[in-house]
Ligand binder design. Structure first.
Ligand code: AMP
Ligand code: MG
Length: 418
């Protein structure tokens, strides 16, 4: 019996439909890094909070006409950052950058455009100074009541800077999807210094997934390695559930081999298999299921690059839906060299995005695309996707390029108007 492979676009649709948005939760300002805003941040106050000087110099007052070079002004006081001043000032005030403008004064002339004279202490202007010059007005950066960050913003240190400046101590963010990882294979050795017995290999999928998932916005609740044994696997799924996982990812044992027991285990668990085997390379045996309690289950094949592709292109879209983010959009980048394949599978290529001396961006498919080869993945900084129907692509053909993770993807540069 021949199995028609599922089109990856259909697989994605099934994944998105099965994924539900996580709740919104309040997150303290100091812990917002890497979180996704669910509600826009609206400033309750002005930034800067008061009119202040942009320069070290002299604050002066005056009407609409500029004060002219050559005029002299008696020095009446000094105003430093942090000084509060009340009452009406007149004459010239020596002022420091960031100091509140003395009431009644409306412009600042930089120190280097003045000459200091004594008896009585006064300053002579060496340049004209117009009203408002070198003053940073209250609310000129952010006016109270305006929205400064949109829902869907991935919060980074620059957002923390703005939140801190505005005195915002908590924001509404998407709860992190809780994810557990189960690696299968009796050949696997977890501890990095345990000597390998004949036939054993080190578990590289586990460390990859546990490192990558938090970068993808998930909360890793559980990770363990089990042998090729249905009962041990079923018990591990139970532990993953107990840890609170909403998504379980397994690696290995979903293909056609004698020890590929994951489909059997899922049947025992009463899971509904939503698809098994997709027209992709690497990672064709990909399986997606829902456990009776609603937990989503991704069975990724064991080859390390199949794991990376399964996570990047099938698990991460589920995480995006759960986080409330719209589907990712790739960059279109010209291929550095011709590429050909059979028009049968969607290909995900370990690749490098490079900019040449002329400033042109090109996507280079790395050599060593086999799914067991980890080294090119470590050299890659992007993925090229060659769609199902494509076959011969000459050098320079635009192709879809994705960043290493959906939250590290170039898609964030798309203008919001598009
Ligand atoms: P499987 O899908 O279980 O048949 O595994 C396919 C290939 O991936 C085999 O060569 C496995 O030894 C290898 N493999 C499976 N799991 C891991 C893992 N966690 N780390 C590294 N290689 C693995
Ligand atoms: Mg295996």
């Amino acid at each position: 019996m021949s199995h028609a492979l599922l089109d990856p676009a259909d697989a994605l649709q099934i994944i998105r439909e099965a994924s539900t948005q996580t709740p919104t939760e309040s997150c303290p300002g100091a812990a917002v890094l890497g979180r996704i805003l669910r509600q826009p941040v609206v400033s309750a106050s002005d930034l800067p909070p008061f009119d202040n000087s942009a320069m070290d110099g002299y604050a002066l007052g005056g009407g609409v006409e500029p004060l002219r070079a050559g005029s002299e002004w008696g020095i009446e006081g000094e105003q430093a950052a942090g000084d509060a001043m009340r009452g009406n000032a007149h004459g010239a005030w020596e002022i420091m950058t960031g100091a509140r403008m003395p009431d009644g004064l409306d412009r600042v002339i930089p120190l280097e455009q003045t000459e200091r004279l004594d008896n009585p202490p006064r300053t002579r202007l060496l340049a004209d100074v117009a009203a408002g010059q070198n003053v940073r007005f209250a609310g000129s950066d952010v006016a109270a009541g305006t929205s400064v960050m949109a829902a869907g913003t991935l919060l980074a240190p620059q957002h923390l800077m703005l939140l801190a400046a505005l005195g915002v101590d908590s924001v509404q963010v998407a709860a992190r999807p809780r994810v557990a990882v189960l690696c299968t294979g009796r050949e696997l050795v977890d501890h990095p210094t345990t000597p390998l017995a004949a036939g054993q290999i080190r578990n590289s999928n586990g460390p990859f997934l546990t490192a990558r998932l938090p970068l993808a916005g998930a909360d890793l609740t559980h990770a363990e390695t089990v042998g090729d044994d249905v009962d041990a696997f079923v018990a591990a799924v139970a532990r993953a559930r107990t840890s609170g996982a909403q998504v379980i990812i397994s690696t290995g044992a979903v293909s056609m081999g004698r020890y590929d027991f994951v489909p059997v285990a899922l049947q025992q668990l009463g899971a509904q298999v939503l698809f098994h085997k997709v027209a992709i390379r690497p990672g064709k045996p990909l399986l997606f299921a829902r456990l009776p309690d609603g937990t989503l289950f991704f069975g990724l094949p064991g080859n390390p690059v199949a794991v990376a592709v399964g996570l990047r292109f099938f698990v991460e879209p589920a995480l995006r839906t759960m986080l409330g983010l719209s589907p990712e959009r790739p960059w279109q980048v010209p291929l550095a060299a011709a590429y050909s394949k059979k028009p049968r599978l969607d290909m995900y290529l370990k690749s490098r995005l490079e900019i040449n001396r002329q400033g042109q961006l090109a996507a280079i498919a790395l050599t060593g695309q086999e799914s067991y080869r980890i080294r090119p993945l470590a050299e890659a900084n992007a993925w090229i996707r060659i769609p199902l129907e494509a076959s011969e692509l000459p050098a320079g053909s635009p192709v879809d390029v994705y960043g290493p993770g959906h939250l590290e993807s170039p898609s964030w540069v798309w203008s919001s108007g598009e």
